[in-house]
Ligand binder design. Structure first.
Ligand code: 0O2
Length: 221
C-alpha cells in the first residue's frame, strides 16, 4: 500500500465529511434565527431545543454495507442522506408544522424527501417528522449542495425515542416482546400527553386573546 495514496484518501474523506459539518452549521443557524425571531416578535417560542450529529465514519460504512451501496464517495454522497442530522424539539404538536413550513419555504432549501412518522407512526411507536433537505454550502473553492436530515418532534416524542434507542442498543435490536409492548404503550401515553398539552395550550391562547365587543369594527390601519 502506498502511503501517499492512503494520505490522499484520508484527505478526500476529511474534505467530504467537512461539507456535512458545514451543512449542519447552516441549518442550525437557520433554526437559531427562527428561535430568536420568535422570541422577539411573539413572546412565544415553539423550539425547546436543537441538537445535531454528524454520522460517524463507522456508521456511514455500516449503512453502506447494510444497504448494499457501492463503497465509494460518489455513491455514499448520492445514497446516504443522513450523514448530517439536525433535531428540532418543539413544545407542542402544532409547532412541528410551523417549523417545517418556515424551513421549507426558505429559498435556498430544497426538500428531497419527507417522512411523516406522526401521521403514520412506526409499528414500534416511533413518532417524528423527518425532512431530508438539501442546502448550498459555500466552500473556499466551490459551492456544493449538501443533504441534511432534519427531525422535528415534540418533547414527549423525543423522550420516548431516546429511551427506545437505548433499549434497542442494549438488546442489540432483539428487544424482548414484553418490553416491546411496554414501549408501544408508552408511545400511546406520549401521544395522549401531547394531545392534552396541545388542548391546554389552545385554551391558554384563547384566554389571552384581547376581547373585542361584538359588532366592534377592527381598525387595522
Ligand atoms: P442515529 O443514532 O440517530 O444516527 P435507516 O437509516 O435505514 O435505519 P432510513 O429509512 O434511512 O433508516 O431513515 P428513517 O427510518 O426515516 O430515519 C432514520 C433515523 O430516524 C434514525 O437514525 C433515528 O435517528 C430515527 N429513527 C427512526 N426510527 C426510529 C426508531 O424506531 N426509534 C428511534 N429511537 N429512532 C428512530 P439512525 O442513523 O438510525 O440513528
Amino acid at each position: 500500500v502506498d502511503v501517499d495514496d492512503v494520505r490522499a484518501l484520508r484527505d478526500q474523506f476529511v474534505d467530504f465529511m467537512l461539507g456535512y459539518k458545514f451543512a449542519i452549521d447552516e441549518v442550525t443557524t437557520k433554526i437559531n434565527i427562527l428561535r430568536e425571531d420568535f422570541n422577539n416578535t411573539h413572546a412565544y417560542n415553539p423550539i425547546e431545543h436543537v441538537g445535531s450529529r454528524l454520522k460517524s465514519p463507522e456508521s456511514v460504512l455500516e449503512k453502506v454495507r447494510r444497504k448494499n451501496y457501492a463503497m465509494n464517495l460518489a455513491a455514499i454522497r448520492e445514497n446516504v442522506l443522513d450523514i448530517a442530522g439536525v433535531r428540532v424539539v418543539c413544545s407542542f404538536i402544532s409547532d412541528i408544522a410551523t417549523i417545517r413550513d418556515l424551513l421549507v419555504s426558505q429559498a435556498d432549501i430544497t426538500v428531497l424527501e419527507e417522512r411523516d412518522y406522526i401521521t403514520h407512526r412506526k409499528p414500534n411507536g416511533y413518532q417524528s417528522l423527518h425532512l431530508i433537505v438539501s442546502i448550498p454550502v459555500f466552500r473556499a473553492g466551490h459551492t456544493q449542495r449538501v443533504p441534511v436530515e432534519i427531525q422535528i418532534r415534540t418533547i414527549a416524542m423525543d423522550f420516548w425515542a431516546s429511551l427506545e434507542h437505548k433499549i434497542y442498543y442494549k438488546y442489540r435490536g432483539e428487544v424482548p416482546p414484553n418490553l416491546r409492548s411496554d414501549l408501544a404503550q408508552a408511545a400511546e401515553a406520549a401521544t395522549q400527553l401531547d394531545e392534552k398539552m396541545e388542548a391546554l395550550h389552545r385554551q391558554v391562547d384563547r384566554a389571552a386573546e384581547p376581547k373585542t365587543a361584538a359588532g366592534d369594527a377592527l381598525d387595522l390601519s
